[in-house]
Write a protein that binds this ligand. Structure first.
Ligand code: PSU
Ligand code: MN
Length: 317
């Protein structure tokens, strides 16, 4: 639960507030995917559908964004629509959140910033598309998404479709291991690669049911292990673009970003929109399908979490 100082900076949507009061399942959703991850109008349509999917699976959606310096936990329909075309919306990670609030700006929250805001509001689970990670060429750029450190420090479970193969996936997994973040493959032994249901990389932990994931979350809390955890949920096979097919597009995109000198927080949005263009919209269809798939799983885990303390193994007497 937030302390009063933080709470004064949050606008919690009445429906979300009611769910919090009644201890009902809630799933946080990010907004960078709306403003910087997908083109209009698919961004708004998807955001609406994702909220509906969370509800259909028995949980309350809470899309997070900063509007006029207020941290919104749950958006009104009109706010969500506005975000879809608004200009001057900052991409907010941990480093930018206080600035956006103190200068009363608008901002969309990344995985890192959404985790921070969800935690302030008392929400324990969050669904997104893909997390940021260690970028290819990290030895030159030092580009490591703040999402990874956030997973290490903030106690929110993040459901994603793995990490995009525009990143250095082996190093992303190494970094998560170093920082002590449990990485769970949902019904898979291989780490999913966003548009592709699988990569070559083994996933450290496999779990096959929402209840098993909820049990792990309870157990981690019982052990006072701080930080979050990552659930990697493969895109449904009908919607995937196999990695061999995607590889060529990705090579081109990374090269192009490099040649244009694109750096910092502009890198991920550039790569995503370049790929939508080069795949003739196919990567966008896959992106939409995987976000929906993650919203459903996150809601199911949120429901399991609320079924009370699961059977955390007890000490034998
Ligand atoms: N994956 C997507 N679309 C996105 C992002 C990831 O398909 O918009 C966003 C997420 O908000 C993620 C962020 O947290 O990109 C990572 O950005 P960076 O690499 O700059 O940390
Ligand atoms: Mn970065």
């Amino acid at each position: 639960m937030p302390d009063d100082h933080a709470k004064a900076l949050l606008d919690i949507h009445p429906a979300v507030e009611a769910a919090l009061q009644q201890n009902k399942p809630i799933v946080a959703l990010e907004s960078t995917i709306i403003t910087h991850g997908m083109p209009f109008p698919q961004n708004v349509e998807t955001a609406r559908q994702v909220e509906a999917i969370v509800r259909e699976n028995g949980a309350m959606p809470a899309t997070v964004a900063v509007i006029g310096g207020r941290i919104k936990i749950g958006l009104q329909a009109s706010e969500l629509e506005w975000l879809g075309t608004a200009k001057d919306v900052l991409k907010l990670s941990r480093a930018d959140l206080a600035f956006a609030v103190s200068t009363r700006r608008h901002g969309a929250t990344t995985v890192a910033a959404t985790m921070i805001c969800a935690h302030l509001a008392g929400i324990r689970i969050f669904a997104t598309g893909g997390i940021g990670g260690v970028h290819r060429g990290v030895e030159h750029s030092m580009d490591i998404s703040a999402d990874l450190d956030e997973l290490a420090r903030t106690p929110v479970a993040v459901v994603c479709a793995g990490a995009k193969a525009i990143l250095d996936l082996p190093r992303t997994l190494e970094y998560l291991e170093t920082r002590g973040v449990p990485v769970i493959g949902y019904r898979t032994d291989r780490f999913p690669a966003f548009w592709s249901a699988t990569s070559e990389l083994p996933v450290p932990i496999r779990l096959d049911t929402p209840d098993a994931i909820a049990d792990l979350i309870h157990t981690k809390e019982a052990l006072a292990l701080t930080g979050g955890l990552l659930v990697a949920n493969p895109v449904p096979s009908l919607d995937e673009i196999p990695s061999a097919e995607m590889a060529r597009f990705i090579e081109n995109a990374v090269e192009k970003a490099d040649r244009r000198g694109i750096i910092g927080k502009a890198v991920t949005p550039f790569l995503l929109s370049y790929l939508v263009e080069k795949t003739g919209g196919r990567s966008l269809r896959t992106n939409i399908a995987l976000v929906k798939n993650n919203a459903a799983l996150a809601a199911q885990v949120a429901v399991s979490l609320r079924r009370g303390t699961a059977d955390v193994p007890q000490t034998r007497s």
